[in-house]
Design a protein around this ligand. Structure first.
Ligand SMILES: Cc1cc2nc3c(=O)[nH]c(=O)nc-3n(C[C@H](O)[C@H](O)[C@H](O)COP(=O)(O)OP(=O)(O)OC[C@H]3O[C@@H](n4cnc5c(N)ncnc54)[C@H](O)[C@@H]3O)c2cc1C
Length: 450
């Protein structure tokens, strides 16, 4: 048995210790699962979930990053098959050189294929293309009894397939998957940018637009009439004719961009109301009021934060929390109310991102639902944060909305149970796949998911 290692999520809050193994083969995954003790076992990817989803205090954590190998592109079928530890950013780079993209990309490329399925991740195109699970054609799930189960969305064990999509690693270890891919003609996006004056204007523009990808960064510290102002970006995949002449000769080629590293420490109080306010104002005013057709390399459009290595350390030793919820269309007053409250409280949110969501997948624990999703990062040590979030939970729940489990590290079990009414149905499927209850996480214990 290995020595216990302290693990956290990306927010760096609530560390817990677990024995960590790093299997390289599916046989090693099976061996590890067979050795799980009374505190259970859990697969982990690149640890990009924010809260406690990829931790299992006192248990055995299977770090799946080394489950890698060359991806297999099947151009005839329009699919790619890869081991579950493959990082989506790497997979995307591999595909792009061959003229393909993944149909859904989350905001970072440092997410494994297994982690993307387990959280049923969404991208800036959810309103058009749904979430990752909608594009998974098949996956292999290793359950604690050592069985390798090939699963498809409409095959014999489709209920287990959908319990695994969004199932937060609690149905088994995904070891490989086949995902649909899309052809593209360039490695660039054609991006339109607009500054919006307030939240109504933001929602209005986002409701009208039919761009393939869209996302709005909101300035949640602006006050009065400027409350909810933002910078909206909308994009399509660029065609060669959209590019400057110099890029047209080899439109699928990208020059490597430098990666900066955040300092390993942050002075206490660096991220406070004033620095956040100044940052947000600079970001708002620094954006063009209206710009059309700007070519942007795919990685900068999809993963702007990946340009700075370890940016999560900037929040200091107490870490930070991301609060992400979705509310149905028609519940825009919840967004306004939450924005107003954050602005009034002067909470220093550097990153607040609004997306429009469309069709959900059948995954009972999958987060996305048609409506508006807002995600915001806040320092964990902020006084009064717990009460503020509890109040937000009530509003979100009353509006028929829900929190995103991959971002959560603090919600109450009763609240999440009410937000996910299909939890009992999910549990039934999961209990059949793992009757001994081997798979468990800190998130699952806290929220009584299993
Ligand atoms: C900067 C940033 C931006 C992000 N943007 C988005 C976004 O736009 N949209 C979005 O949806 N999410 C987003 N996320 C969240 C992230 O996509 C998810 O949390 C994702 O699950 C992380 O994948 P991971 O490989 O790091 O998994 P981990 O965080 O290590 O684990 C997440 C869950 O997946 C399970 N898991 C991991 N590997 C496997 C496996 N092989 N088999 C079964 N279960 C497994 C774990 O048990 C755990 O429950 C973002 C995160 C960051 C840090």
């Amino acid at each position: 048995m290995t020595r216990p290692t302290l693990l956290t999520g990306w927010g760096r809050t609530a560390p817990t210790a677990a024995h960590v193994v790093r299997p390289r083969t599916v046989a090693q995954v099976a061996d590890a699962l067979a050795q799980a003790g009374p505190r259970g076992a859990l697969p982990r990817g690149l640890g990009r979930s924010y809260g406690d989803a990829a931790q299992a205090a006192g248990g055995l954590v299977l770090d799946c990053r080394d489950l890698t190998g060359p991806p297999r592109l099947d151009a005839g079928r329009g699919t790619v098959t890869a081991p579950a530890g493959t990082a989506l950013g790497r997979l995307a780079a591999h595909l792009l050189r061959r003229g393909y993209v993944l149909p859904v990309m989350p905001g970072t490329g440092y997410v494994t294929l297994g982690g993307a399925i387990a959280a049923d991740v969404h991208g800036k195109n959810h309103h058009r293309d749904s979430s990752f699970g909608a594009h998974v054609r098949s996956l292999t799930l290793l359950t604690p009894d050592g069985r390798r189960r090939p699963l498809t969305p409409d095959g014999e064990e489709s209920d287990l397939f959908w319990a695994t999509v969004g199932g937060m690693g609690l149905t088994g270890v995904v070891t490989a998957a086949t995902v649909a891919v899309r052809p593209v003609r360039t490695a660039y996006m054609r991006v339109d940018t607009d500054r919006t004056g307030d939240l109504d204007a933001t929602l209005d523009l986002m409701s009208r637009e039919d761009a393939h990808y869209s996302v709005c960064w909101l300035d949640l510290l602006a006050r009065g009439r400027a409350l909810g102002r933002g910078v909206l970006t909308r994009a399509h995949h660029a065609l060669p004719a959209d590019l400057p002449r110099a890029l047209r000769a080899d439109p699928l080629r990208l020059s490597p961009s430098p990666r900066l590293t955040a300092p390993p420490w942050a002075p206490p109080g660096l991220l406070n109301r004033w620095t956040a306010g100044a940052f947000n104002a600079a970001r708002f005013h620094g954006a063009p009021e209206r710009r059309r057709g700007e070519p942007q390399p795919l990685p900068s459009f999809f993963h702007p934060l990946d340009a700075v290595r370890g940016w999560n350390r900037m929040y200091g030793r107490h870490g930070f929390v991301q609060y992400q919820f979705v509310v149905p269309f028609g519940a825009e007053d919840v967004l306004t109310g939450i924005a107003r409250e954050l602005s009034r409280a002067g909470t220093p949110s550097f990153l607040a991102v609004l997306k429009r969501m469309g069709e959900p997948t059948p995954g009972p624990l999958s987060f996305p639902r048609p409506g508006w999703s807002l995600a915001m990062d806040l320092p964990a040590a902020l006084p009064g944060l717990a009460g503020l979030f509890d109040g937000f939970d009530e509003r979100v729940l009353a509006a028929g909305g829900r929190l995103y489990l991959a971002k959560d590290g603090r919600a109450r079990a009763e609240t999440v149970h009410a937000m996910y009414p299909d939890l009992p149905a999910w549990r039934e499927v999961r209990d059949k796949a793992d009757p001994a209850g081997v798979l468990v996480s800190d998130l699952a214990r806290r929220l009584r998911l299993v």
